[in-house]
Design a protein. Sequence first.
Length: 373
Amino acid sequence: MGVSLFIALYGGLHLNISRTYFKLDINKFSRLLTSIYLMLVSIWIFTTILTTLYYFAGGTTFGLPRNWLLAMPVIAAMGMANLLNLTLLRSQERPLQYARWEVSHSIINMGISYLLVAHVLLGADGRMLGISIAILVFGALGILRIIKTTPSTGHFSAEDTKQVIAISLPLIPHVLSSAAITSIDLVFIRNYLGENAVGIYSIGYQFGMVVMLFSDAFLKAWQPWFFKTMNKETLHSKIAIVKGIWKFSLILAVSAFAWGILATLMLPYVANIRYVDAMYLILPISLSYIFFGWYQIVFPFLVYAGRTSSMAYITPLAACINIGLNYLLIPKYGYSGAIIATALAYFFMFSVTFYAANKYVKMPWIAKNQHIA
């Protein structure tokens, strides 16, 4: 959780690659990389200074081991560097190399963790070391690969830097608010329903989140094609994107319902009897992730249009709705209240993001021969 929080401070830095790779020629794209590097280093220096001051001021670590706090800025920077490389690999349409990179990262992560936990007996520190070493190694390798395959011109452009900041900075509150939506319900459940209820809800949530894993996997493949196709700027290309979105939306809804039923039937056979009540939560949680998946597939329109600033208020508002509904509904309706709060927050994110996306990028959503201004 600590690394994720620090990575959130980089906003959507990697989205600058997705947005511009198919739009700029190699020289302009390489120049843009210089601005991305500068932002990466600047945020790392900034977070390192703040973390060091906070550490020596004796601030709380929010459950993070104190000796790990000072390492978080560099681990987060390398995590973002790895994400930049993965985004470039997807944009370069190199699926096999992308898969090898991800699998190798996982093997190193789990291998070192197993060695340190099972043989060196470092416990939780061993697991954190395994995760951190893998991030540091693949972050460094990611930077080297980007430099090798797409060397920066070394020229600084104030205009490019402004563009990178305009895309990335608004996504900091967006990422932080998204994290709040996925975790705040546990705080309310623990407070109102007790620790055992947290375990039951968490089991149901883990099964329901499989729907999000499906949509995430699809969207990693979708986004490079989306930006490549959008940059053709033809009616035909826009129709192709709309058809893809309609198909995804339908498949996601059907898959979420089917998975919810299947997982509900499976859970009694794979979970401890203490958590069997989680079976009643899986289907509604799975269905709530339909709205999140729909949000995910329309969000790239705002990136394409350079209007990610909209997310600086959409997601925080969704988080406020979620917190308010959790406060009102969990004491009265228990688990159902938490699920309703999450579903409505995700529906708000989808509907308002869709409205904003359609405002800035006109698409033929209904009739394929519709005139596009």
